[in-house]
Every structure is written in structure tokens, then in C-alpha cells.
Design a protein around this ligand. Structure first.
Ligand code: CDP
Ligand code: MG
Length: 718
């Protein structure tokens, strides 16, 4: 048992300024309300939320009334819309939006920002000239929210309401409300830097500070300025979030006003671990059962953990424990995983209401922290951890690492417990540990490899990346390293201090891939294996193609043997894709071979799209049949900076940073000791693992980047 303090620690709640879930208090809200109304507002905010003072204005259309022709379902949806916290402040919001070019809108998760604001704008016909584009940091949010909005507007998805995410879209000429991932909009800006298709850009979940969102901040500011200068229709921009550093954002966006929507949040009792816990996974699981034994049925539990593998294993363990006869007197447990890579139908399971005598336990990544709302949750168990991508300037790689979250995230997580009624949040760390957390998460741009970003910026025509108007500038050394990587890949040249995209670089920017993968594809014609590398990279873009059910590990391993190639994981993936194509995407075949049908289908879809980009760029698609050496050499052409060398003592060190790394047990190379291993990703979980690996020849390395490897003194095998 984790051993939690006795409830409740209510006193602490009211003393905290940053209790984000307590809707009626926040010092930062207090100070900025004055700005909204253009004068200093000395009214204590906790009594008078700013918007409730403004009656609905007849100036704005009201299409919220149900009509007799509406189906019961639609009537129910309209009723739900009317009950959202954003509804009463609609008129006030619209009048501000009409006046301002930039507005920051803050409101609790579930208050109706994402689904309602685009509809409000549409109802005013403010999308007559240009469409409304709403960005989301995550694919799943863009897709599910567009579905919901289409349903609320009683139209078919892909018509008036659509979405566009990497490798998948549902849009048409008539689409006016378009939900996109921030990466997609960044890509659109390459072709159209003025974003001329749109009248409104809504940058949602701005606090998540993904690289793409940060770059988009600069792009929309620029597009807004240039459209004004050219006498074009103004671009209107809304920046939305549940919590963020509003002063920082407002200053950046020309001191724009900040509007608040009062959320409906119920009180939450906070519990902290009595003492420091060694194992956050174990702590989280034992807490779930502690709650399970005390809470009434239908009071559901949301557990925040870090990544897919960990979550799948925890879900499995909880299900196993739940079968124990000693728990038979407690509510029946329904346990669900939730992470971005989960197929849509499984994600939807999470939203299904709990039946009588049942309890739902959802084990989720930080995906459930903000962008989605899950009904039924009364208990939150917070491990205080998240898996985040972080860049190691010394090694030159992005690594996925489990890290402690920030205080802002911890409050967001706690807030999930109080959406429908009073709730409880169990933190698997002590109060002292909480106090020591960073206040806000570090923006991704300050912790990632910038090569992709810089390539995109150059493609948009932003030449001096060092002076780009970033809300938080990456360090010059960081930028320098990314430029070096792009130079090595042949994407840019540096001429008298300015960066120029090469022809290869221009083509690389067309691919929705990291520059090094784009380079592999563009090297395909040289080795005569574009067909093969397209399959491999498509497979890498999807989640694992293998199914490894815990009860049938042996059978799965035997099935995998059929495809295993001594030439490494990449060729193994290639063989699987080929076989999947040969059986015409047969589901049964996947089942028999312990392969993931959905992920393979997705990989083929990705492949199709990459083929289209190749065709646009004039890349010849030829096949090398069984000449797998050609394929491996082609991989080296793009991934040569991701290679480790075997040492005399049997360890591997990366060539780039001399960092120790181990072949992951899931790799077909596990147990072997090739002299040079090309890896796809480094993942740090306890130790640093190389994932998806291929043995390569030292000579090949010299062939593609002689200068780079000469400096690293690699030994050519005789
Ligand atoms: O953006 P914000 O978090 O403020 O709220 P929203 O995403 O617009 O969602 C408002 C409400 O719509 C939620 O509280 C849910 O009740 C409902 N909703 C839903 O039922 N299904 C969805 N896919 C999205 C929203
Ligand atoms: Mg939202």
C-alpha cells in the first residue's frame, strides 16, 4: 500500500494560487480581467466572473433553439451545448472577437472552447470569406472533436466540418470548420505563408507548447502583419488553453486581451504520499485498489502513467488482480488503457458510461490531461510522471524519457476528478516533492532536435532562423547543431552566414517526416530501392506491428521467426510489409501471425501517401528485390548519425557522442554483437536502449559521409 495521508488537505487548497481546478480563484486571472475590459478591475474575481455581467446581445444570431424538425438526438445535443459554461458568455466573447485581431481565451477543460467557438464564428457567418482553422497538438483530438462538431451541426464529417491530420483527412471544398494538427497547419504555411484560405486561426491547447505550435505563433503573427500590409482581409487569431502563463503570451501577441470563461469545477480533496515512493507504477496500482475498496460503484478512477508499454502492462495486472476472490464483494472493474497510438474504437471505449455495480479504471498517458473530457471520473491517481521527448545536446538525439511533470500539469490532472461532482486526487509523491516541481512544463522547442523545424522554416522562406520571432528562443548552440545536422544531410548550405536550402533540402521539406528519414527516401533511386525504404519508413511511422499477448509470448515468438532477418529489424519490417501486401491485407493472416492488423493497414496508408510525395518530387520508385545490402546502405545514407560501435569490452558506444547504449531485447539483433549498429531511436528507461536496429559496414559509413566519420576515427574491417 502506498500509504496516503488522511483526507482532506482542504486548507492547502485555498492557500494555493495555482489551484487551477478551483474555478473561483486565481491571482493571475484577477490581474488580467482589468485588461479585458480596458480598465482596472478591482472587483474580487471570485465573486463576480467577468462575463456573467453581460447579457446576451440581440446583435448576435442565436441558432441554439431546438426546432420541431430536429431529431431527439440533436435536441439532446443542443441542450448539452446550452448547458456549457461558455454559453452564457457567448455574446460578450463575440463582441470582443469582432473588435480584436488577437485574443487569448482561457477556460477549464470541458467548458466548450474547442467545440463551441468555431460554431459561434460560423453562426455569425464570419467564415464567409475564409475558413476557420482550429489546431490541436494531437491527432486523436483533431479527429474526435471534428466528429463531435459535425454531429452537433447535424452535418456529415468532411463537408462543412472536416479534419486534416498527418496521413489522414476528411475535407472538401465546402469545409469551413477545419480541425488540424498544428504540424499540418505548419505544412500548409510552406505553400501559403499568408494562410490566405483562412479568416480565423484558432491555436488550441497553446499551453502544451509543442514545437509546431511555437512555430505557428510566429507564422500567424507574420501572416497577420503581411496581410495587413498588403491590404488583404485581416487574419483573426484566437489562442486558447485551460491554463497558461497569460502575461507571457499576451506580451508576445501585441499585448492582446485575455478572456476567461468560468468553468464548473467541484472541490477536490488532495492526498499526498506520506513518504517518498520508490516505484511510481506500483504505488499507482496499489492506490487504485485502496480506492476501489472504499469508493462507491460508478465512481470511476483515472490513473496517469507514462507510456504504452507500461500502461498495457498495468492494465493487464489490474485485470488479473481484480479476478481475485478477495475482491468479489467490491464493484466489478472495467479497466481501459488510453494513449495516442490506441486504435480509435478502443479509445472510444473509455467514454462509455459505467453500468450499475461497475467501476471504470482508465490508465492513461498525459493525453487525458487536457484535450479530452472523460465522463464518470471522480478519482485521479497521479504518478507525477510523463514520458517526454527530450533532446540531448551532447548526444545529438531526441530521447523519450520518463520525467517528472510540472506543477501546472499536476493541477490539470487533479482537475479531471472534479468535472461532474466533488472529487479526490491521490498524488503518488509527497507534498515536498510537489513543491519542488517546475511551475510550468519546458516548451518542446527548448528540449528537442531542431532540424525539422529549421527545415520547415527555411521552406516557408524564413531565412534567418536565429532571429525568428519565437515566443521562447532556442539557444544559439541548439540551433547551430541542427544546422550542422541539416548540412550533413545535404539539405542546406551556409553561404556568407545565410542558410540556403539545397534542391535536396527543398524536397526533404515536402515529406511529413524527420529530415533524416526523408533523406533515406530521397537516396532510394541511387541504391535502386525506393520501393523498399518506403515500406520500411511507413512501418516505422506506425506503432509496433507485432502483437505480444502476455499469455502467448512463446507462440508469438515462433510466429515472428518466419519474418526475422539476420540483416536486422528494418529488413524484418520490410519482409512483414511485403507479406502483408501479398496476402492482400488479410486480417485472419495477421491474427495467425501475431501481427497488428490495424497498424499494418495504417503503415500501407502512410506508404501510399509517401508514394504521392515521391511522385510530386519526381523521385523514381524502383525495387531492388532481394538485394537487402542496397536497402541497408540506403538507410545509412539518411541515418548515419545514428550508429553505435562495438567496444573491446563488449559495450556499444554511439559514434556521435560516445554514449553507452544497449540493443533492446525486442530487436532481432539482441544477443548478437555486430561491429556497427544503425539504430532508429534511443529510449531511456533505466538504461539507454537502441530500438529497431540494423548491422552496417564501416565502409558504407565512409562512403556516405567520409568527413564525418574520419573525424570519429572508425575502424574499417578488413
Ligand atoms: O475545449 P474545452 O475543453 O473547453 O471543451 P470542448 O472540447 O469544447 O467540450 C465541451 C463539452 O462537449 C465536453 O464537456 C463534453 O461534454 C462534450 N464533448 C463530447 O461529449 N464529446 C466530444 N468528443 C467532445 C466534447
Ligand atoms: Mg479543448
Amino acid at each position: 500500500m502506498a500509504g496516503f495521508l488522511e483526507p482532506p488537505i482542504k486548507k492547502q487548497k485555498s492557500e494555493d494560487n495555482n489551484t487551477a481546478f478551483n474555478s473561483n480563484q486565481s491571482t493571475s486571472q484577477n490581474s488580467t480581467n482589468g485588461k479585458v475590459n480596458g480598465h482596472t478591475n478591482n472587483t474580487p474575481v471570485n465573486r463576480n466572473p467577468p462575463f456573467c455581467k453581460f447579457p446576451s446581445s440581440p446583435k448576435f444570431n442565436n441558432t441554439f433553439d431546438p426546432k420541431p424538425r430536429h431529431s431527439d438526438h440533436l435536441k439532446a445535443l443542443i441542450k448539452q451545448r446550452r448547458a456549457l459554461p461558455i454559453f452564457p458568455v457567448r455574446a460578450k466573447l463575440l463582441s470582443e472577437l469582432e473588435k480584436q485581431d488577437f485574443v487569448i481565451l482561457i477556460g477549464e477543460t470541458g467548458s466548450g472552447k474547442t467545440t463551441q467557438i468555431p460554431q459561434f464564428l460560423h453562426e455569425q457567418r464570419w467564415d464567409r470569406k475564409g475558413a476557420i482553422c482550429i489546431t490541436q497538438p494531437r491527432r486523436v483530438a483533431a479527429i474526435t472533436i471534428s466528429k463531435r462538431v459535425a454531429e452537433e451541426m447535424d452535418t456529415k464529417l468532411g463537408g462543412l466540418v472536416g479534419y486534416s491530420v498527418r496521413f489522414e483527412e476528411a475535407v472538401s471544398q465546402s469545409t469551413k470548420l477545419k480541425f488540424v494538427t498544428d504540424g499540418m497547419l505548419m505544412r500548409e504555411a510552406i505553400v501559403d505563408p499568408l494562410l490566405s484560405k483562412y479568416s480565423w486561426i484558432i491555436l488550441d491547447e497553446a499551453h502544451e507548447r509543442t514545437i509546431s505550435t511555437d512555430v505557428l505563433f510566429g507564422i500567424v503573427k507574420d501572416a497577420h502583419k503581411n496581410r495587413k500590409a498588403n491590404g488583404k482581409d485581416p487574419l483573426k487569431v484566437i489562442i486558447m488553453s485551460a491554463t497558461m502563463d497569460v502575461d507571457h503570451f499576451s506580451n508576445y501577441f501585441h499585448k492582446c486581451p485575455v478572456l476567461y470563461v468560468e468553468g464548473r469545477q467541484h472541490p477536490i480533496d488532495m492526498f499526498y504520499a506520506k513518504e517518498k515512493q520508490d516505484d511510481y507504477v506500483l504505488t499507482s496500482m496499489s492506490t487504485v485498489f485502496q480506492i476501489h475498496k472504499e469508493a462507491p460503484p460508478q465512481h470511476d478512477i483515472l490513473v496517469f502513467l507514462t507510456g504504452q508499454e507500461e500502461i498495457d502492462s498495468v492494465v493487464h495486472t489490474i485485470r488479473q488482480i481484480a479476478k481475485d476472490s478477495s475482491l468479489s464483494e467490491y464493484p466489478r472493474l472495467r479497466v481501459h488503457p488510453l494513449y495516442a497510438a490506441l486504435p480509435a474504437h478502443q479509445q472510444l471505449e473509455v467514454f462509455r458510461a459505467t453500468a450499475e455495480g461497475e467501476r471504470k479504471v482508465i490508465v492513461s498517458t498525459n493525453i487525458a490531461e487536457t484535450s479530452i473530457t472523460i465522463p464518470g471520473i471522480r478519482y485521479v491517481v497521479d504518478s507525477g510522471r510523463a514520458k517526454i521527448r527530450s533532446y540531448h545536446p551532447n548526444s545529438g538525439f531526441d530521447m523519450l524519457k520518463v520525467r517528472k511533470i510540472s506543477q501546472a500539469q499536476a493541477w490539470q490532472r487533479a482537475g479531471r476528478a472534479g468535472r461532474e461532482a466533488a472529487g479526490h486526487c491521490y498524488r503518488g509523491f509527497t507534498r515536498e516533492e510537489f513543491d519542488a516541481l517546475e511551475l510550468n512544463p519546458v516548451p518542446e522547442i527548448l528540449r528537442s532536435n531542431l532540424a525539422s523545424v529549421i527545415l520547415q522554416l527555411l521552406a516557408i522562406g524564413i531565412k534567418n532562423v536565429l532571429t525568428f520571432d519565437f515566443i521562447d528562443k532556442p539557444s544559439p548552440e541548439h540551433v547551430q547543431e541542427a544546422i550542422e545536422q541539416l548540412t550533413l544531410l545535404g539539405a542546406v548550405t551556409v553561404q556568407s552566414e545565410t542558410l540556403e536550402l539545397t534542391e535536396t533540402g527543398k524536397k526533404m521539406a515536402q515529406f511529413p517526416l524527420e529530415p533524416r528519414y526523408a533523406k533515406v527516401i530521397l537516396s532510394g533511386p541511387e541504391y535502386g530501392c525506393t520501393d523498399e525504404v518506403l515500406s520500411i519508413i511507413a512501418a516505422l511511422s506506425s506503432e509496433s506491428v507485432f502483437v505480444n499477448p502476455s499469455g502467448k509470448r512463446e507462440a508469438a515468438a515462433i510466429a515472428k521467426r518466419k519474418f526475422i532477418s539476420v540483416e536486422g529489424d528494418h529488413i524484418t519490417l520490410l519482409k512483414i510489409i511485403r507479406a502483408f501486401k501479398a496476402v492482400k491485407s488479410n486480417k485472419m493472416w495477421c491474427h495467425e501471425n501475431f501481427l497488428n492488423f490495424r497498424n499494418l493497414t495504417y503503415a500501407l496508408e502512410v506508404r501510399k501517401q509517401l508514394v504521392q510525395v515521391c511522385q510530386r518530387c519526381g523521385v523514381n520508385i524502383s525495387s531492388c528485390q532481394q538485394n537487402f545490402d542496397a536497402v541497408r546502405r540506403c538507410l545509412v545514407a539518411g541515418l548515419f548519425t545514428s550508429v553505435s560501435e562495438l567496444q573491446l569490452d563488449g559495450r556499444y558506444l554511439t559514434l556521435a557522442a560516445k554514449q553507452e547504449a544497449t540493443i533492446h531485447p525486442s530487436s532481432v539483433l539482441f544477443g548478437g554483437k555486430p561491429a556497427y549498429v544503425l539504430f532508429t531511436e534511443l529510449v531511456h528507461t533505466g538504461q539507454t536502449y537502441m530500438h529497431v536496429n540494423t548491422p552496417v559496414d564501416a565502409q558504407w559509413l565512409y562512403d556516405v559521409a567520409p568527413e564525418y566519420f574520419r573525424k570519429r576515427h572508425i575502424k574499417i574491417n578488413p
